[in-house]
Design a protein around this ligand. Structure first.
Ligand SMILES: [Zn+2]
Length: 76
């Protein structure tokens, strides 16, 4: 499985017909989700310390993006 595994909020396995509509975008290194959906998924259930968590997630994403860029340069 490659690509973001996020399923939209509309997705319902009981009524859905056809292939599972994964997001499929490039994921963050070591994560199952793309940058956008990592945010979405992570923020769920963190409303109590939402603001601080959000900053932490942003920092983590920045760090992962940097790592990804380094990998891409090394693999070029
Ligand atoms: Zn995604």
């Amino acid at each position: 499985m490659s690509g973001c595994q996020y399923l939209g909020p509309e997705y319902d396995p009981r009524t859905h017909v056809g292939p599972t509509p994964y997001c499929g975008k490039k994921t963050l290194t070591g994560k199952s989700y793309c940058e956008e959906h990592y945010h979405v998924v992570y923020k769920k259930g963190t409303t109590v310390n939402g603001k601080r968590k959000e900053k932490e997630v942003e920092r983590e994403i920045e760090e992962l993006k940097r790592q990804q860029e380094i990998e891409e340069i090394e693999n070029a």
